[in-house]
Design a protein around this ligand. Sequence first.
Ligand code: IPM
Ligand code: MN
Length: 353
Amino acid sequence: MTASGRTYTIAHLPGDGIGPEVTEIARDCVDAAALRHGFVVDWRSYPLGSRRYLSTGEVLPDPVLDELRRVDAILLGAIGSPDVPPGVLERGLLLRLRAELDLYVNLRPSKLRPGVAGAVTRHKHEALDFVIVRENTEGLYAGAGGTVHRGTAFESATEESLNTRAGVERCVRYAAGLAARRRGGLTLVHKTNVLTHAGDLWRRVAGEVAAEAGLALDYAHVDAACLYLVDDPARFDVIVTDNLFGDILSDLGAALTGGLGVAPSGNLNPARTGPSVFEPVHGSAPDIAGTGRANPAGAVLSAALMLDHLGEAEAAAELDDAVSAVLGSGAPATTSGWDDALRAALSAEAVAR
Ligand code: IPM
Ligand code: MN
């Protein structure tokens, strides 16, 4: 316990591929910030992912999930391996955590930081700073649907998009609150001209919530939103959207702001009935794992979102600023280069503040 008594129990799930490499650095950054800001982190490491699955057949054992329910936050590296069939770890670990811990918002900020070349070189950094609030437990990820007549000519496969009023409403409420704390811009992205059932629900609920919050609600179809994000990203502040659209748009957001290596995310339980999960948007990148070339920026920025969620706003800002400082002076090509540069940036900030 510190004098102020701020101790956080944080589960570290390093996962697969580059996950352990990038989250080790994120952990060090959190520890450095903790020391300076007078809080303590009690890290608990959980070796889940492909190795555990391949040796024991376990993905997320119930006793482990019960332990995870009781921590203050979870920092996840990445999961996935070419040796495990698609969906086993994604559904069994990541999507299960999102559902079991009721992580109904996936927060995905996209900010073009000075010195970073985004995919569209004419973008000015001050004109590209938006956040995607992705609904994270419903839509096409809910697991509804199935296969019948498998292996015959009449085989049919369906995936149903589940949208509940309560689920849409709580997500839009979070987005509206965030927009009110930022520049006040709230855009619903959907495909209401084709997905008329879900689209109608989203549109009505978003309209009601925005009106209640005193915000003007903007709307874009998802295809047009892709075009606007490339053409004129300054029109976006907070984008609220359904699960799959948010998944796709956030990779575009990453490309516009320097690539997947720098994109953070927070799977949030805004009601705080349990811990939230913070993870870089990138995957396990087995092709570069072990080569010393993994970029830890997305993991460090995810850790910054985590600290902010825990109420350690100053420590969070320090991590965020450190990443900006390193990117601003030319991103290192290696993980160890990043490690050194982040340490230097964090101690320079410690001196300056
Ligand atoms: C993401 C990922 C996941 C998703 C996969 C790994 C299940 O792409 O977090 O964006 O689709 O949500
Ligand atoms: Mn994705």
